[in-house]
Design a protein around this ligand. Structure first.
Ligand code: ADP
Length: 186
């Protein structure tokens, strides 16, 4: 069976986790064997599952990096058809050759992640994953200022920290008009 790479991207609150959970649940209904992973940087809600902002969940294994992901996945690979990865932007570039390896083994890999940072720059390995994907689903959120479709993640406040996940009230979805990139202080 040929493998398949699916990328689900967009800003925060665009429903990426929701869509990933939806696809994983449907795969299970189709009696496919599913495994889901997320980087341990995401402290939102649960360490043993992924959760959407609308509080749907799916069990997931937390891993610290791509090496750890391989160590968790490879021993049980023969028993897995579908591999879900949430918050894929936080993995290092080794996630790209790993995805290629898995698709050549006939696996379906569904990656969800932020396509841009709160400075509106392409985020980590996501652009490459989009390039090699069979299908890219780019979701938009709702602009918290005007209600228009939002493609940007607005960081509220002054921190320049790239990795700050799930901290409520720290981010908003914004359209192009209402997105204000934080000024670089350097
Ligand atoms: P993501 O994984 O892209 O951050 P989630 O799947 O976790 O998104 O959450 C999507 C849900 O967030 C929506 O279904 C909705 O209930 C909620 N939500 C909260 N704020 C917004 C917003 N500004 N735009 C769209 N959805 C929002």
């Amino acid at each position: 069976i040929p493998g398949r790479i699916e990328a689900i991207v967009g800003p925060m609150f665009s429903g990426k986790s929701e869509e990933l959970i939806r696809r994983l649940k449907r795969a299970r209904i189709a009696r496919q064997r599913v495994a889901c992973y997320k980087p341990d940087i995401d402290l939102r809600y649960h360490r043993t599952s992924i959760a959407s902002h609308s509080s749907q969940t799916h069990e997931a294994t937390t891993v610290t990096n791509v090496e750890h992901l391989k160590a968790a996945l490879f021993p049980q690979l023969d028993d897995i058809d579908v591999i879900g990865i949430d918050e894929a932007q936080f993995f290092d570039d080794a996630i790209i050759p790993l995805t290629v390896e898995l698709v050549h083994l006939g696996k379906r890999i569904i990656l969800a992640g932020l396509d841009t940072t709160f400075s509106a720059e392409p985020f980590g390995p996501i652009p490459d994953l989009m390039a090699i994907a069979d299908e890219v689903t780019k979701l938009s959120a709702v602009c918290m200022v005007c209600g228009a479709p939002a493609i940007h993640t607005q960081r509220l406040g002054q921190s320049q920290e790239l990795v700050l996940v799930g901290a409520a009230g720290l981010y908003e979805a914004r359209c192009r008009t209402h997105f204000e990139p934080l000024l670089d202080e350097h």
